[in-house]
Design a binder for this molecule. Structure first.
Ligand code: ARG
Length: 274
């Protein structure tokens, strides 16, 4: 057996032990319920969503403190289909993308402007893609930057655990760039670091920069884009095929009856010509 085989086997054994002790050590009664549609939910009457705030226009608090956005509106359609209401849990992105929140029964679905990646597919089951995105490099207005290479000797901010951070780190390693990558815990911290000049540039998904610029004109500019060809997907716990099916059916219906386009226009704006 080669080294990788040994590692995998050891990892599996450890995971099994964890799962067993998890059940034994957990006195909490299983309160999950099954809807008429055969979908199992962690809490009666609710479709519980894990997300990581803020990530406008996909999820953020409005002035009254209510979580709203593109993802919220789409998951509301799933909740309606299941005759329940959506309840949103704000939690760090790491636990969402690693599958640990879903596995721990913290929520039924993850909706967090989350990109579908091969690595994440190993630990989550993704519904059909619902949004296309790329990465973008933002600066304070007046700075001209077209490539990461031009930022030699400078600091570039990223959001922890995201595909944007992976992209920057990948480029830095591959091209041996002399860039200091500074990781921030959420989008708000990253945006604040940029506008207060703690970093020279910041990378995140293009639609969130566009939204920030709409809300804060003149504070930030998109200097260049990186065509990473990403697609967002809602995710469920591995093996939760019933909920996955309900999500996909709601998405398909919304795309065919115009609801998706209406929600898109409301939260994102005009659709790029395809
Ligand atoms: N699309 C990026 C990714 O999946 C960023 C997502 C961050 N989302 C959030 N709600 N904080 O890595």
């Amino acid at each position: 057996m080669n080294m990788r085989g040994i590692h995998r086997a050891t990892g599996l054994a450890a995971a099994t032990i964890l799962a067993v002790s998890g059940v034994a050590g957990c006195a909490k009664e299983d309160t999950s319920v099954t809807t008429d549609t055969g979908v199992k939910l962690i809490k009666a009457g609710a479709l519980t969503t894990c997300t990581h705030l803020p990530y406008a226009p996909f999820q953020s608090k409005d002035t009254s403190g209510k979580v709203v956005g593109f993802d919220v509106a789409l998951i509301d359609l799933v909740a309606t289909k299941l005759s329940v209401t959506q309840e949103i849990v704000d939690t760090p992105f790491e636990g969402i993308k690693s599958g640990s929140d879903l596995n721990a029964g913290k929520c039924d679905v993850a909706a967090a402007g989350m990109t579908i990646t091969d690595e994440r597919k190993k630990v989550l089951d993704f519904a059909d893609p619902y949004f296309d995105a790329t990465q973008a490099l933002a600066v304070v207005p007046g700075k001209e930057v077209k490539t990461l290479e031009e930022l030699a000797g400078k600091r570039v901010g990223t959001q922890g655990g995201t595909t944007g951070e992976d992209y920057v780190k990948g480029q830095v390693a591959e091209k041996k760039l002399d860039i200091t990558v500074v990781s921030y815990k959420d989008l708000a911290a990253l945006q604040q670091a940029l506008t207060t000049n703690q970093v020279d540039a910041a990378v995140n998904d293009l639609p969130v920069w566009n939204e920030y610029i709409k809300a804060n004109p003149g504070k930030v500019a998109v200097a260049t884009g990186f065509d990473t060809g990403e697609q967002y997907g809602f995710a469920v716990k591995k093996g939760n095929t019933e909920l996955l099916k309900a999500i996909n059916e709601a998405l398909t219906a919304a795309r065919s009856d115009g609801t998706y386009d209406k929600i898109y226009a409301e939260w994102i704006g005009e659709k790029p010509a395809s």
